[in-house]
Design a binder for this molecule. Sequence first.
Ligand SMILES: N[C@@H](CCC(=O)N[C@@H](CS)C(=O)NCC(=O)O)C(=O)O
Length: 159
Amino acid sequence: MESRSTIQKKSAINFYFTSSITMILAPSTSNSLSYDNGSDTSYTLFYFNFHGLGACLRALLCLGNASWTNKIQAMSDWPQVKPTTPFGTLPILYEVNITTRESIEIPESGAIERHLGRKFKLMGDTPKELTLNDVFYTQAVMLNTKFVAKVVWTFAEVR
Ligand SMILES: N[C@@H](CCC(=O)N[C@@H](CS)C(=O)NCC(=O)O)C(=O)O
């Protein structure tokens, strides 16, 4: 059985590993980069110029080979934009069917992650695979929540 601190260190390593892959696949700081795979669905991911809750979503869009735009919100005019969003937070995913013009606006990172997982058929094909995915997902969210609370928002002397 691994110790609590070993598990925490591993979760931090995983977090940085995922972030590094995302940095290669989809830089967070470029303004409105577009990627086009010629499909009839296009996506715009609206988020800030850091990895945060956008990292996993950018990686999913790349792994799904989607046509998408990386729309970056500057912190300077966020106070004006905030009230125009559904919950006053980012990320938001905009999905448009280019043929029918049908569109959907999705707030909440977890909802977007699962939506893209379903769209790109990454959720599993059997009840067992779905459940194992769910277990892994829930565990990853918990580790990330703890990592953010303990490392990101904590003063060095308290860590
Ligand atoms: N439950 C939301 C939380 C979103 C959230 O807190 N986003 C932060 C950035 S990571 C944000 O928009 N902060 C700006 C603000 O609250 O004004 C989600 O998972 O999408």
